[in-house]
Design a binder for this molecule. Sequence first.
Ligand code: MTE
Ligand code: HPA
Ligand code: MOS
Length: 779
Amino acid sequence: MQKIAEKIGAEAIRGGVHLSQRHDSAHKHVTGLAEYTDDIPEPAGTLHAYLGLSDRAHAEIVSMDLAAVRAAPGVIGVLTAADVPGHNDISPVGKHDDPLFATGKVEFHGQQMFAVIAETRDQARRAAKLAKVDYRDLPFVTDVAEAMKANYPFVTEPLKLERGEVEPAMAAAPHRLKGAMRVGGQDHFYLEGMIAFAVPGEDDEVTVYSSTQHPSEVQHMVAHVLGVPSNAVTIVVRRMGGGFGGKETQPNIFASVAAIAAKKWRRAVKLRPDRDDDMVATGKRHDFLNEYEVGFDDDGRILAVDGTFAARCGFSADLSGPVTDRALFHADNAYFYPAVRLRSKPMKTNTVSNTAFRGFGGPQGLIIAERIMEEIAYALGKDPLEVRRANFYGQGERNVTPYHQTVTDNIIDRVVDELVESTDYAARRQAVIDWNAKGGVIRKGIALTPVKFGISFTATWYNQAGALVHVYNDGSVHLNHGGTEMGQGLFTKVAQVVADVFQIDLDRVKITATTTAKVPNTSATAASSGSDLNGMAAENAAQQIKDRLIDFAAEKYSVDRDQVVFQPNAVLVGNRRVAFDDFVKEAYMARVHLSAAGFYKTPEIHWDRAAGKGRPFYYFAYGAAVSEVSVDTLTGEYVVDRTDILHDVGRSLNPAVDKGQVEGAFVQGMGWLTTEELWWDDKGRLRTHAPSTYKIPLAGDRPAIFNVRLAEWSVNKEPTIRRSKAVGEPPFMLGISVLEALSMAVASLAGYAECPRLDAPATPERVLRAMDRLAGREA
Ligand code: MTE
Ligand code: HPA
Ligand code: MOS
């Protein structure tokens, strides 16, 4: 009571919106108290499952002898396609091309063929290696160029975006150039790997604890493989140790297997693959082979663009349709193309089915806009920044995208101008040129690259969310919504919104695990839209309760509704001030309904895919980065000396969390374009399947000087949750500044006369080869 009394009269609540609040689990992450799926106490008799994976890239399964697997110590049983009670199908897009267990043939090296269930995880893991499979090999392709040559099919319908007359504009252009760029894929490398833990219930019921960004889809898939309705299946996820898009559809495998086994043996079942198997058996970022032709004038202004974007999709569709669509949606980045044609080629390959990854195809498209800027700059002998500025979308003119959406919230000029100013870009670029002119072993490069990223799921129906808020009669608040927490701070931000509605301290709002039993039919926490959608839904729920409380007080104390005012941890009714807890207790005694379900759907968006026209995005997020690098011309090794970022998150809900997102996204983007390389051998095996061979950035790889600022003046033009903007994905693409800075260092070896056309990732080997070629050295 004393504490509450102290709080009455406080000037502001602790932890409201627009304040830097620590992530609700930060202290638990670092002390080990944060509970992940693998930390949940196991009931007695818990069994462990492990997957048996194919070791052929493409083959008929002539026979599969699992006798030795069954006979291994501790083994309870095995599951194959024949043991799936419902449908042996976990395609997230209804294409029926994603079997839970392969039947008849395998289509990539690492495809799941069976599962073994044993008393311990170690026993299951060892037993899985004992299968004797007889294969008849079939021809296969792993690479996207080979797939096109071999006339492999598309895994899903390609997209074409077109505006203006490309051929005449190209023909009339004073300059034209053509190029191609390979853009590598990426492993998600979440710290917590895939995991599912299924606990059987009575009748057809099962509860699955799953490390998933998309609980409703896991629910749907588990119901589908079990042949039961969705109401029998409950999915729970308190948090993930990272998802990055990798846990949008891929958890379906693990949850389905664990659930089938749990129902079959009526015991709890856990499935947690090793890191190597996780990397081999689950989809990654799509690598692309992009081809472009551009026509431009003497000032570097673009007149026409024609581009093709071919992606290594893997053996099935998964999310390759929307991923390759988003590549086209971002092939303009922040630039106006007067005449444009863009086409996607979602190629089938005999590799794991690729999936969502931060940016969702956007980065692979956007990088071509930046390569085009770079190409034009080298062709005309200009600073790439000058070419960029000449091509930025305009205000009220030159502002229509290739998908016919008008850009109405463009702030890229201001973002870039401020960054140029604050980083002393012009003088530093001159200093780099002067340094390189001395001809030493170490060469430098500097580049400024912008980003404009479209916010909303392009699958329009996904842009909806629900929330559930309870106010208990002691005044404590329980918050639940459809979003999932993967480290990005969503739960903290949404709790801040609810605290703000009731004007109570943040620590009075209990953050709870996402579950399909509380909020149904949710969308993946993806497309950076988590706080936009769930923040609004939670605000809506809290506001409903608040409205009822106001009605109650207005009536009881005979005051106007506007005389009921929520103040920090208290409510003012006329001139009577009551502690929030006491006020709630009073309302409860008067039988006021203190629970509400909230809902939100994004307004104004629409998209006609066949016509390639609409407004797929509610708004755009903007940012820019300047990176400076040093390259060793004898080895190709490099370091990032300095990066400065200015990024737009509208009115930030939580500047500390948002800044963390910008930093993390940039470093992940830099890793994608520098050291992270996926490599398949001639048998179609992924050979980079562990941190020994797959190099993510380490703490020591971050820019030596790293300045990240939010554009504090920015306010979302649209009425989003407290005028904030999505932050999760857009800054990922700021990593492109590092690639282009490396390119400049390389180009210095030939007097900047030629664009080095570095493919990504620009590993030290690739940088060295490019330098050898430009310097005319023997490789
Ligand atoms: N940040 C952390 N720490 N871990 C993650 O897995 N995923 C990213 C981004 N930031 C991710 C992250 C991706 S791919 C997306 S789409 C968004 O977070 C999703 O969360 P949001 O919509 O709440 O921003
Ligand atoms: N982004 C991320 N995930 C998605 C999308 C998207 O646009 N569409 C479907 N899943
Ligand atoms: Mo993020 S790739 O949309 O999960």
